[in-house]
Design a protein around this ligand. Sequence first.
Ligand SMILES: Cc1cc2nc3c(=O)[nH]c(=O)nc-3n(C[C@H](O)[C@H](O)[C@H](O)COP(=O)(O)OP(=O)(O)OC[C@H]3O[C@@H](n4cnc5c(N)ncnc54)[C@H](O)[C@@H]3O)c2cc1C
Length: 416
Amino acid sequence: MRVLIVGAGIGGLTTALSLHAAGIEATVVDAAGELRPLGVGINVLPHAVRELTELGLGERMAALGIETAEMVHFDGRGGRIWGEPRGRALGYDWPQYSVHRGDLQMVLLDAVRERLGAGAVRAGTACEGFEEDGDVVRVRLRDRTSGTVETVETDVLVGADGLHSTVRAALHPGEGAPRWNGIRMWRGVTEGEPFLTGATLAVAGSNAAAKLVVYPIARRDGGRQLLNWVAEVKIPDDRLSEFADWNRAGRLEDVLPHFADWTFDWLDVPALLSRTDRILEYPMVDRDPLPSWGRGRVTLLGDAAHPMYPIGSNGGSQAVIDARVLAWELARADSPEKGLAAYELERREKVNTIVLACRDMPADRVLHTVSERAPGGFERIEDVLSAQELETITGAYRQTSFSDVAALNARPSLTP
Ligand SMILES: Cc1cc2nc3c(=O)[nH]c(=O)nc-3n(C[C@H](O)[C@H](O)[C@H](O)COP(=O)(O)OP(=O)(O)OC[C@H]3O[C@@H](n4cnc5c(N)ncnc54)[C@H](O)[C@@H]3O)c2cc1C
């Protein structure tokens, strides 16, 4: 069986590694002329770290990022509202890592080239469409340098081509642009001194107004760290006027005014934002969950299948799990069609639920309540929120990000 994967992001590359581990031949094409370590920080949940560890990448992951110890919510004045351990500290057998997205992509790319061969990933090659013909899928690929188009035959086609997926558009025509919820996100990375535990994922404010997410993603000389931040601001006009592009440059003067007085005793937010060399801007978009992902010998994976708001650390993590389940099901099915159907059955409803839970943001509603009830800050959070309201935050994360700890620890491996 030969599998052609469109997209060399975290999803596509993990699919290639997973198929290889299952004894299935795979090739990856990516439209980008050169695969460079783009993006900023992401969190990789224990569920996905388990899969990457079982692919033999545990040590590289540990060397790459910071093992996330806790997640803590604060109000917009830096007062602590709620916190919970993360990863192994919460009881998982695998850690949670905060990493640079581009560095993780490069670790996966190196592993694919080492294991599948130097030619297994073709950059500068865009998928333009496909035809299904019995047991064969004919895929049109354009060489972006020469402009020539060739048609290649494959047994299985996997669209791992992200938010603006060509494969998804062919399978589900007429979907239109992604849906925007009116929140603009600015992102950046910059060096700084460790804050709080040095391994804290901190969230301050709420999406009803302005919110900041900040966490360390790498160690630097002299005990310093590379700090990742995402600043999210709700804009009254919710018509999305620009193309959602992960590489679009943002401007300090657009984001700084919303955080000008966010100087906490544990972090100076205006200073953090101001010393960032390169700020990126992205609208918080997703797409409606699909009633089906693929058909026959063609399927979708990662953001192409289920783009979601980048909250709750699920974008990259769910793509990794998709990849492993896809390989597992293809390896044990007696036909590619049955393997892809089993993959979709196992994954689609689970991930669609996460897409909708990310939209619902129940934790955020509670955080907003704090700013309404205690606009000037608080001494004790118990005077502002009931125990039940605080429990809502815990429950929200369990729903969007964490399957039960014991269930993950006990589940058999997906290595065929
Ligand atoms: C450049 C970039 C930067 C990102 N930065 C961040 C970030 O800072 N924070 C965050 O939370 N998430 C970021 N993301 C998204 C995040 O990586 C994904 O949500 C998650 O990792 C799931 O990845 P994926 O592999 O499904 O899709 P993606 O990571 O989007 O990868 C899709 C790949 O498909 C390729 N592609 C697209 N169309 C075609 C085509 N027609 N033919 C061939 N190849 C095609 C793209 O070049 C890309 O490499 C970024 C994505 C990209 C592409």
